[in-house]
Design a protein around this ligand. Structure first.
Ligand SMILES: [Zn+2]
Length: 240
């Protein structure tokens, strides 16, 4: 099988991937109407704290490495919608091209630029949709990270509402049998963390503003791609 070159303009060198020959031309493009700016403004208007991409003082190296790809090239991320149009994850441009050429996905919206193959060129996808439904892992089984906890809790201390110096708190302390699961961990500023110490919520009279739960898949999309392209807002807002 002949290899088809997919040129990734965001990288210094061309990337070669082996793809099956494709009979038809590029998949149909279905441009979508506006409304992005409004969604974006609404999203950012509710945030007084640090942006999603901003490093947090207490963030560890492990958390920083969770962001996929270079932060300076947000267009290298492609938003993947399930067959039901629910956003499920983010993939790289090469993976998206393979899914499109194998006709396992269709383009919902294109970004800037083109991808070039041996006999064809296609617009660079920004959002794709799987043609068949992909089972989504149960929310409670998705890996718990500090960064995902912060994103779920809107980068806000769940006790005082502060956005600075975030860490995580076990609502029921581990020493009192509390688990390290989504339902027992909240974003908490270090000041509140010291104040609550090793006490139960009723002992400290400190209760989380929101009952902690496993997060929506869109939270993991924000974590994987801190600089969300405006065109994604419509889909992430619709799923929230
Ligand atoms: Zn606090």
């Amino acid at each position: 099988m002949a290899g088809v070159r997919v040129l990734h303009t965001g990288e210094p060198s061309a990337t070669v991937v082996t793809l099956p020959p494709r009979g038809a031309g590029a998949p149909p493009v279905q441009p979508r109407g506006g409304g992005h700016a409004t969604a974006r403004q609404r999203r950012s208007g509710t945030k007084a704290g640090p942006s999603k991409g901003a490093p947090v003082a207490s963030a560890t190296t492990t958390e920083a490495s969770l962001s996929a790809g270079p932060a300076t090239a947000p267009s290298s991320h492609v938003l993947v919608l399930n067959a039901t149009y629910e956003p499920i994850h983010v993939c790289g441009i090469k993976r998206a091209a393979v899914l499109l050429l194998k006709e396992k996905a269709e383009v919902i919206e294109n970004g800037d630029g083109e991808l070039h193959a041996e006999h064809t060129a296609m617009a660079r996808p920004a959002i794709i949709r799987l043609r068949t439904y992909a089972p989504v892992p149960r929310r409670s089984r998705r890996r718990l990270t500090r960064r995902a906890v912060f994103a779920r809790d809107d980068w806000t201390c769940q006790y005082c509402g502060d956005h600075r110096d975030l860490t995580v708190d076990h609502v029921i302390p581990r020493s009192k049998g509390g688990s390290s699961e989504w339902e027992n961990i909240v974003a908490c500023c270090s000041s509140c963390n010291r104040r609550k110490a090793d006490r139960l919520p009723h002992q400290a009279r400190m209760f989380p503003k929101t009952t902690p739960r496993p997060p929506h898949p869109s939270v993991f999309i924000q974590v994987a791609c801190p600089r969300i392209p405006p065109s994604w807002d419509y889909w992430l807002d619709a799923a929230a």
